[in-house]
Write a protein that binds this ligand. Structure first.
Ligand SMILES: Cc1cc2nc3c(=O)[nH]c(=O)nc-3n(C[C@H](O)[C@H](O)[C@H](O)COP(=O)(O)O)c2cc1C
Length: 178
């Protein structure tokens, strides 16, 4: 009898255009060490120099997705077992909560809650933006949909001039939580 290799669970990593995205490789490595297979979906702005796309494609062994496929094309990624949004921008959080699906990243997020898979978000939003009432409403709405949020992260330099650690692995803890 031929035994089939167990399929690894598939993690969608949605990446937005925040400066901290430059360290995306840390999340991918950590996810792979935890036995996730990873596919990256980036917003169109994030594809514009926010992270090393060549290194990420080499690390995942898959093309990064950012544009919609054409109608005749097969789905490039399997269905997700979990979805992580890291870093999540002010813009994407608000559009997602409002049900806007005008990019592949947003369409994927809008659909994900309906699939019933765990979704974790690591926001990277400056305090001044996070004070906007629309953002607070968006967080409340997404939490009400079952979306799991990491701690707020403003990305501001600390007293030593360095930025605090983004804590990428928190996203994995959140999706793996029962
Ligand atoms: C260098 C740079 C860093 C940025 N960092 C952030 C950030 O940390 N958080 C954020 O919400 N927006 C940040 N922005 C603004 C977003 O890139 C902008 O709102 C963009 O429209 C977000 O697009 P997206 O949500 O589709 O990725 C940054 C922009 C630049 C140029």
């Amino acid at each position: 009898m031929i035994e089939q290799a167990a399929r690894k669970p598939f993690l969608y990593v949605v990446v937005c255009a925040a400066g901290v995205a430059a360290d995306l490789g840390k999340l991918i490595t950590a996810a792979q060490e935890r036995q996730w297979e990873v596919g990256v979906i980036a917003t169109p702005v994030a594809m514009n120099g926010f992270f090393d796309t060549t290194a990420v494609e080499a690390r995942t062994g898959r093309r990064i997705r950012s544009a919609w496929r054409t109608p005749g094309e097969p789905r490039p990624f399997p269905a997700p077992d979990a979805v992580v949004v890291a870093p999540a921008t002010f813009n994407t959080v608000n559009k997602w909560a409002a049900g806007i699906a005008d990019t592949l990243a947003l369409g994927t997020l809008c659909e994900a809650a309906g699939l019933g898979v765990p979704i974790a978000v690591l926001p990277c939003v400056a305090d001044a933006l996070a004070a906007h009432p629309a953002y607070r409403d968006s967080l409340e709405r997404l939490r009400g949909m079952g979306v799991r949020f990491g701690e707020p992260y403003a990305g501001e330099p600390g007293e030593d001039g360095g930025r605090p650690d983004f804590g990428w692995e928190r996203a994995l803890e959140l999706v793996e939580r029962r």
